[in-house]
Design a protein around this ligand. Structure first.
Ligand code: NAD
Length: 495
């Protein structure tokens, strides 16, 4: 591993005096010392991204040229896949199986799909609006876009944003979470090797608390695409109100799985386990509330708890590991505090709820997957995002009640329905206040489909045509070609 992790500004790799240690959450050991941006480097990144947009060639490149660059980035990710998978595993504690088969290939695929499918949406569209007038709709890049990324999918979420922002012709400042910048630093090298002009992509690692306001209030920034917590999302809404910027907000979730009597029990249990415990439960779309219809509730619960006990916790570098550590000790303490509060509010822990006793894991931030029952709909853990391997299981009787329970929180990110009655499932999907509803599946993200939340889970989309178009503004040019020298508007005054 490269112990030096510089920032990337204006086509240069920049070492800073301020450094931060990056810790492997499996072992608690320091694995890298990374540069941290101060206000000085933020200023450099802002001026570089602005100049690259206003004077640089990027927005003016032909669509084919931009497409070629973006395909080179996709190829660069694939060429470095093994290194990236190892870095993501070491930095986040995700099991190596996940980073190898999910995070890294999906990151490359997003660039490839965006280049091959969305760039054509940038063609101008001309049409007649009346007998005399025609209009031209011109898609233009937004300008300078700030991309702010969380720690749970550091490379993948960065690539979702970056692929669309670049393909649309924007220049960007990418800010990874300061807990997990390693793969994004590697991505900067790939982008450099792909030959993108200086200033088109700038990567600054920094504490959001220190530089967030400077970055998000600057007039040179036209748009902010944020993925993270509601708390920080609300701060960014405030920053952006100072000089009105376009925003997309991908925030938290408290998603519900609704499991009906007619399912194949094993399939439903296995899928429900994945839907909460993948990535140690640190997924915005984690199905952290599972509602099971009363006819199968007891069998489902018994099977779910038994299988949860057999989930293999382990060091993230082991291909057999099914669950790695949480991202940090602070995150583990937050999860434990939620469980304590749930117990105080009447909840019962059926399994997990503690730090594992395995000596091999003692220095990491491991936590046992936890199943809770008897949690009231008014308790904190029912309504708030835990962001860890903790699930609440409840009973319901009919689909109306299931919809009410699923919709009863402030979030609206995603939901799952499990039933063989596809008519019922599709009717129920219409009633759910969630941006994504999976029926008889979970966690399937497709580059061609938009993804984003409702209610307090945010607004705007990632992926799909709709996600791509977030990074574009439409200019409307109207040409009146009636009455040479006497356009229609002159009749108002009759001169
Ligand atoms: P976070 O809000 O703490 O941090 C997100 C990013 O914001 C980081 O890069 C952080 O450095 C930066 N930041 C912090 N303070 C800032 C400030 N004042 N100004 C500007 N930037 C600032 O979130 P996290 O803990 O990294 O990630 C977990 C959260 O992300 C969870 O709530 C999860 O639900 C959410 N998330 C949502 C989605 C989605 O698609 N809806 C996807 C992944 C994660």
């Amino acid at each position: 591993m490269n112990p030096k992790c510089p920032l990337y500004i204006n086509g240069q790799f920049v070492e800073t005096l301020e450094k931060q240690n990056i810790v492997n959450p499996s072992t608690g050991k320091v694995i890298a010392e990374v540069s941290m941006a101060s206000t000085k480097e933020v200023e450099l990144a802002l001026s570089s991204a602005r100049a690259a947009f206003d004077q640089g060639p990027w927005p003016q490149f032909s669509l084919i040229e931009r497409k070629d660059f973006i395909l080179k980035i996709a190829q660069g990710i694939l060429d470095n896949a093994e290194l990236l998978a190892a870095l993501e595993m070491q930095n986040t504690g995700k099991p190596i199986k996940e980073t190898t088969f999910m995070d890294i290939p999906s990151s490359a695929k997003t660039f490839e799909y965006t280049a091959n499918n969305f760039i054509d949406f940038l063609e101008e569209n001309e049409f007649n609006v009346s007998a005399d007038a025609k209009a031209k709709l011109i898609p233009e890049p937004m300008g300078v876009v700030v991309l702010i990324v969380p720690w749970n999918y550091p490379l993948l979420i960065a690539c979702w944003k970056l692929a669309s922002a670049l393909a649309a012709g924007n220049t960007v400042i990418l800010k990874p979470s300061s807990l997990t910048p390693l793969t994004v630093f590697e991505l900067a090298k790939i982008i450099h090797q792909a030959g993108l002009p200086a200033g088109v992509v700038n990567v600054i690692n920094a504490s959001g608390a220190k530089i967030g306001e400077q970055l998000c209030t600057d007039k040179r920034v036209d748009m902010i695409s944020f993925t993270g917590s509601n708390e920080i999302g609300k701060q960014i809404l405030q920053y952006s109100s100072k000089n009105v910027k376009k925003l997309t907000m991908e925030l938290g979730g408290k998603s519900a799985s609704l499991i009906f009597n007619d399912v194949d029990l094993d399939v439903a249990v296995n899928s429900a386990l994945t839907s909460i415990f993948l990535n140690q439960g640190q997924m915005c779309t984690a199905m952290s509330r599972i509602f099971v219809q009363e006819g199968i509730y007891d069998n489902f619960l018994n099977s779910f708890v038994e299988k949860t006990k057999y989930i293999k916790l382990g060091l993230a570098d082991n291909f057999e590991t099914q669950m790695g550590p949480l991202i940090s000790d602070a995150q583990r303490k937050k999860v434990m505090a939620y469980i304590d509060k749930a117990k105080a509010e009447g909840g019962k822990v059926l399994c997990g709820g503690k730090i594992p006793e395995n000596a091999e894991l003692k220095n990491g931030y491991f936590f046992e997957p936890t199943v809770l029952v008897d949690v009231g709909a008014h308790s904190h853990i029912f309504k708030e995002e835990v962001f860890g391997p903790v699930v609440l299981i409840h009973k319901f009787s009919g689909s109306d009640e299931a919809a009410i329970l699923a919709n009863s929180v402030d979030f609206g990110l995603a939901a799952c329905i499990w039933s063989k009655d596809l008519y019922l499932a599709q009717e129920l999907a219409k009633k759910l206040n969630a941006g994504t509803v999976w029926i008889n599946t979970y966690g399937m993200f497709y580059n061609q489909l938009p993804y984003g939340g409702f209610k307090q889970s945010g607004f705007g989309k990632e992926l799909g045509k709709e996600g791509f178009l977030e990074y574009i503004r439409i200019k409307n040019v109207i040409l009146d070609q009636s009455l040479e020298g006497k356009p229609l508007v002159s009749y108002w005054y009759g001169f």
